[in-house]
Ligand binder design. Structure first.
Ligand SMILES: [Zn+2]
Length: 134
């Protein structure tokens, strides 16, 4: 069975040494992505075995450790680089303040960033619902 990207649906492959190459092959290489970043649970991808401060004790969405497979384009270009124009950042900052998720000075607590991450997910979820009406 052909493995396909969970977003754009393109055919994926796992040919060694082609990942991230600026070629059609590089762009269609399979790329695994965690729905909720491992770092939020105190695990580091880059430095295996090292522990960082966790943002979440438990996954708020109940999908800890779950992954999907995408093409390089959808994973590295699309999912990892959301576009915020200046007006978008201003609106986000307003929302953050409204929900008391702003911070004057950092503390040891990760509650505020956890809240901002949840807010950001809510924004994505509501946007998707709004755009997908059919
Ligand atoms: Zn894709």
């Amino acid at each position: 069975m052909t493995e396909r990207c969970a977003i754009c649906g393109c055919e994926l492959h796992r040919t060694q040494g082609t990942y991230a190459r600026p070629t059609l092959e590089g762009r269609s290489h399979a790329s695994k992505h965690h729905f909720v970043a491992e770092r939020f649970f105190g695990r580091s991808n880059n430095r295996r075995g090292t522990q960082r401060d966790r943002v979440f004790e438990e996954c708020p969405w109940g999908v800890e450790g779950q992954t999907a497979v995408f093409c390089y384009d959808c994973h590295e270009e699309l999912l990892h680089n959301p576009i915020f124009l200046p007006v978008d950042i201003a609106r986000l900052a307003d929302l953050v303040k409204e929900r008391r998720l702003d911070e004057v000075r950092k503390t040891e607590s990760k509650d505020k960033i956890a809240g901002r991450i949840k807010l950001f997910h809510e924004i994505i979820q509501r946007g998707l619902k709004e755009l997908k009406k059919g």
